[in-house]
Design a protein around this ligand. Structure first.
Ligand code: ZN
Length: 176
């Protein structure tokens, strides 16, 4: 069983750094980090986690959508490591949805994201993938991708009126 890593929180300068590309994917430390990120995001009831959130400033994140107490309506998918990801194209349509972040506990925000994106990334076995993502999974990708550029979701809300505590979110939004 992999180790659970400590998730750093807003205010830690590592979250604001530009993360470095990975060029040594065969490195055992990188493969171990991927395993640990997958374990850590599952334990934290997250649907995604980016490497900078565990103080490892690499261009790597996990998309791990599945229903859990924090996101009851999330679609189910295998946890997928995306290395050196890029957004190649995106829809003109932008949709607003409520997001949270394991590095900003207790806060939700209404964040505009592209409804669909075409992405490219390398998987942990070194293979290059190109695929279209839509809706909630596209939202996770864009949220995690921002972490690689030092951006967090509260930077993207259009108004501070679009912020809410987790408690109010659970009572007012989550069940509707
Ligand atoms: Zn986040």
């Amino acid at each position: 069983m992999s180790e659970i890593l400590e998730i750093i929180q807003l205010g830690n300068p590592i979250l604001r750094q530009q993360a470095q590309p990975i060029d040594n994917l065969a490195d055992e430390r990188i493969q171990t980090l991927i395993d640990e990120l997958i374990t850590t995001v599952a334990k934290a009831n997250g649907v995604g986690i980016a490497s900078p959130q565990v103080a490892e400033s690499y261009r790597l994140f996990i998309v791990a959508s599945r229903p859990n107490p924090r996101y009851p309506n999330a679609p189910t998918m295998e946890p997928t490591a995306m290395i050196n990801p890029r957004i190649i194209a995106h829809s003109t349509e932008v949709v607003k949805g409520w997001e949270g972040c394991l590095s900003i506990p207790g806060i939700r925000g209404l964040v505009p994201r592209y409804q669909a994106i075409e992405v490219e990334y390398t998987s942990r076995d070194g293979e290059l993938h190109r695929q279209e993502l839509t809706d909630f999974v596209a939202r996770i990708f864009q949220h995690e991708y921002d972490h690689l550029d030092g951006i967090v979701f509260i930077d993207r809300v259009e108004s501070t009126q679009h912020l809410m505590t987790e408690k109010e979110y659970q009572e007012r939004i989550s069940l509707h």
